[in-house]
Design a protein around this ligand. Structure first.
Ligand SMILES: Cc1cc2nc3c(=O)[nH]c(=O)nc-3n(C[C@H](O)[C@H](O)[C@H](O)COP(=O)(O)OP(=O)(O)OC[C@H]3O[C@@H](n4cnc5c(N)ncnc54)[C@H](O)[C@@H]3O)c2cc1C
Length: 461
């Protein structure tokens, strides 16, 4: 570090309300390490913002010193965009306030909140908005890419429930975007990722949910996979919006409701959540039990917040993860055959193929209404490669890529930008789909120098 840099950093620290970490700071490694251990980058400094004003200071500092900037919300992005090499990482994870207005059914959420933080605050009033299925994921990154989870069939994508954002722009100015203020920017942030600025506050619509919901798992043997998947495809086509059923195929973790001799063997699990009266849900899910001879079942009424954490133990930080994903408008027999073929050769005990069901309300919004445009997608499939050591990378990545390629002919248009890995820059235009041209125009208007480029980047022309 030169003398000038040291002096500049000292001045920056003196005016910064939050913490500034340098490579020799105690917490530096802990904060720079994100969910996916495949990403190992070392920012020159980390600014842990405590307020929107801190974010402004950090943006201005990075501009002045021509530093590349990365933004960290929950740190879950698979491509690792939250952390940069040699630049400024703006870490928002200390900004964690959630303010719920139960009578207006609205929530203001700061960008460091995890899904767990938001769910807990909203569920204290029996309210929720659609979020993802792993409570440690960041609200910010998930929302800006689209966001979907158990409630999406009933209440839409997370972005369909976004009412307004407050932002710090590339020149350090602050503005608000909503349906009536900076409408074009509001269109863009609802699916355009972190391309336009740093969101310092999100405002969401809330809905009555639970707080007790009917949910859980039914697990079938892998030799019934083809038949279970075919029935899953038919069932999910016509199920009511309140019901959601996802499919996961993987090697069985040691779940207490499964016989011990099944642990470690390939299985097909249906994960179920009914966002209505549990008694009604019982009747609706009954046909799932007829899909085959189940190995075990764990379905019951439990707090929605507990169900939102059910998959956390399988999705802890620190493993090496490589993903590939497709959207599907329908699950054809050929697509199902391909899933079964590759699920039979999972390269590690932690790898899985999951098919998240959306549809319902997510498909009733016009494709041009906002930047998230994949309104024909009824399923989002993620090929989740996951293992512990770098020595396993080659085999696991090859499996994921081969399966992805083979399943491609059955996929629909667009892709979920939040599931793209760092080597998929050639898929960005395809992923944004019909919104891409308008997104380029917006980038040109709001970030013409591409100051915000650690993201699924939309390059200004
Ligand atoms: C285990 C796991 C489970 C998941 N499950 C789901 C799921 O069920 N449903 C779903 O929809 N997605 C899911 N995802 C994907 C998730 O939506 C993305 O990984 C998302 O990017 C995570 O957001 P984050 O804030 O944690 O990420 P970060 O890595 O912190 O941020 C990702 C990027 O978003 C942008 N960004 C973050 N915060 C801001 C901000 N305040 N302002 C501007 N830009 C910002 C930046 O470009 C940043 O690099 C899952 C991911 C994981 C790892």
């Amino acid at each position: 570090m030169t003398k000038l840099q040291a002096a500049s950093i000292a001045e920056f620290k003196a005016h910064f309300g939050g913490d500034v970490l340098l490579p020799d700071s105690t917490d530096y490694d802990d904060v720079r390490q994100i969910w996916n251990a495949m990403i190992d980058r070392r920012p020159a400094l980390i600014a842990r913002a405590g307020s929107p004003e801190d974010v402004v200071r950090a943006v201005k500092f990075a501009r002045k010193h021509e530093l590349i900037v990365s933004i960290r919300g929950g740190g879950h992005n698979i491509a690792g965009h939250a952390v940069c090499d040699g630049g400024l990482m703006i870490d928002l994870s200390l900004m964690k306030r959630v303010k719920v207005d139960p009578s207006a059914r609205r929530a203001e959420v700061e960008p460091g909140c995890t899904l767990g933080d938001f769910d807990a605050a909203a569920q204290a009033h029996g309210l929720a908005t659609p979020l993802g299925i792993n409570s440690t994921t960041g609200v910010a990154g998930l929302t800006l890419g689209g966001g979907f989870g158990w409630l999406s069939r009933k209440y839409g994508m997370t972005v369909d429930n976004l009412l307004a954002v407050e932002m710090v722009m590339a020149d350090g100015s602050q503005l608000r975007a909503s349906a009536s203020e900076n409408e074009d920017l509001f269109w863009g942030v609802r699916g355009g990722g972190g391309n336009f600025g740093i969101v310092t506050n999100f405002e969401f619509k809330l809905h009555p949910v639970g707080p007790q919901v009917l949910c859980g798992l039914i697990v079938f043997p892998f030799d019934a996979a083809k038949s279970v998947l075919a029935q899953f495809a038919r069932f999910t086509e016509t199920m009511p919006d309140e019901l959601n059923v996802w499919m996961v195929t993987r090697k069985a973790p040691p779940l207490p409701f499964l016989p011990a001799d099944v642990h470690g063997k390939e299985i097909v699990a249906l994960a179920v959540c009914y966002a209505g009266e549990p008694a009604e849900g019982e009747t609706l899910i009954a046909p799932l039990r007829g899909f085959g001879k189940a190995l075990g079942e764990h379905i019951g009424v439990q707090p929605y917040v507990a169900w939102q954490q059910a998959f956390d133990p399988l999705l802890t930080k620190g493993a090496r993860n490589y993903w590939k994903s497709h959207n599907f408008a329908l699950l054809s027999d050929d697509a199902i055959d391909t899933v079964v073929e590759y699920a039979a050769k999972l390269p590690s005990p932690q790898c899985e193929i999951f098919i998240g069901t959306i549809g319902g309300q997510t498909t009733r919004v016009a494709p041009g209404a906002m930047a998230y445009s994949c309104r024909d997608a009824k399923y989002v499939m993620n090929v989740h490669g996951r293992w512990e050591s770098a020595a396993e990378d080659q085999r696991g990545i090859a499996w994921a890529r081969e399966f992805f390629k083979k399943a491609e002919p059955y996929a629909s248009s667009g892709a979920y930008i939040n599931f793209l890995t760092q080597d998929e820059t050639d898929r960005i235009a395809f992923a944004y789909g019909t919104a891409f041209t308008r997104l380029i125009d917006l980038k040109e208007k709001y970030d013409p120098t591409n100051f915000f480029r650690m993201n699924q980047n939309i390059k200004p022309q």
